[in-house]
Design a protein around this ligand. Structure first.
Ligand SMILES: [Zn+2]
Length: 315
């Protein structure tokens, strides 16, 4: 069955010959970095650190076996601190032919930081990945998916091809790095419903929902999402954290999901780098994000300029 590609003014993607949609399995190898960045004193908590180190120690090797068995390549977003802490694991990921991408140095909090600070995080992360694995990543995912308005230009300055942190689309698109800047990078959007954190993450005083869901439930909802992306011709991007999704029954469910996604007719299962390069090569249109002005109420002395975003027509 030939489905039309998902094509509108925001997402004018047509997939490579023979494919009608795309899917990518991504792994954020946060390990200890995300908890230490959130609260440096967490480094003194031996049990919490062991919960995080389960990722590189146990889960990554298991996940690499699954990817090998399924004959697909994944995209691994690796903070520089993780790379320096577990160099052998990171080199093993690279040796497996998987994509290594940038995820900050210490998974730093991004909200409210200035451009110089953010640039220093990017540069330190790049240095760590180069030193440990000899890799110059083309992809970036902001810690906690928290991109700043200044981030795209900082990424373009460093030659990045794509970012995968925004939440405003079902498919990749090219975005101007800033209003009035002629440069662009590719954005491959993500979704909290396609993040294992919300399904499984639990640690006293640290985690989000605090509910540990059944892998059967996660498998069901992610399968539904993959099927829907396939039928509308868009891009399924699953975000896993090895310390979460590498536990035994979750890893089994993930492998079942990979099998199901591969079985979807016309689904291109590949890395984010490949999807980004295809988008860069084939999409002409460049989307500019309008920054949002905070509306001030009468008497506050400023005018409110709504963003006036153009809404595309779905075909
Ligand atoms: Zn992360």
């Amino acid at each position: 069955m030939n489905q039309p590609a998902f094509a509108d003014s925001l997402h004018p993607v047509t997939w490579p010959e023979g494919y009608q949609a795309a899917a990518s399995f991504t792994f954020d190898v946060d390990a200890e970095s995300c908890t230490i960045a959130h609260d440096p004193s967490s480094a003194r908590r031996m049990s919490l650190m062991s919960h995080q180190s389960y990722g590189p120690k146990i889960a990554v090797p298991r996940l690499l076996q699954i990817l090998d068995r399924q004959d697909i390549k994944g995209t691994f977003f690796i903070p520089g601190f993780t790379a320096e802490s577990y160099p052998d694991v990171v080199r093993r990921i690279a040796d497996g032919g998987h994509e290594i991408a940038h995820h900050g140095y210490l998974h730093e909090p991004m909200q409210g930081i200035d451009a110089a600070t953010e640039a220093s995080y990017l540069d330190r992360g790049l240095e760590a990945l180069a030193n440990v694995a000899g890799v110059r990543p083309v992809g970036y995912r902001a810690p906690w998916w928290e991109l700043n308005w200044q981030s795209p230009a900082l990424l373009a300055d460093r030659g990045f091809l794509y970012d995968s942190s925004l939440l405003d689309g079902d498919a990749p698109y090219r975005m101007a790095v800033a209003e009035g800047d002629s440069r662009d990078i590719v954005e491959i959007p993500v979704d909290w419903a396609l993040d294992d954190w919300e399904q499984y993450a639990f640690y006293p005083g640290v985690t989000g929902s605090g509910v540990i869901e059944s892998p059967a439930k996660a498998l069901e909802m992610w399968t539904l999402e993959a099927q829907a992306h396939r039928s509308q011709g868009s891009c399924f991007v699953l975000t896993n954290h090895p310390f979460i999704s590498g536990r035994p029954s979750r890893a089994v469910a993930l492998e079942q999901l990979i099998e199901r996604v591969k079985d979807l007719d016309g689904m291109w299962v590949t890395t984010l780098a490949a999807i980004a390069q295809h988008t860069k090569d084939t999409v002409q249109e460049i989307h500019t994000h309008a920054r949002i002005d905070v509306p001030l109420f009468p008497g506050a002395g400023a005018t409110f300029r709504p963003a006036q975003v153009k809404i595309p027509t779905l075909r």
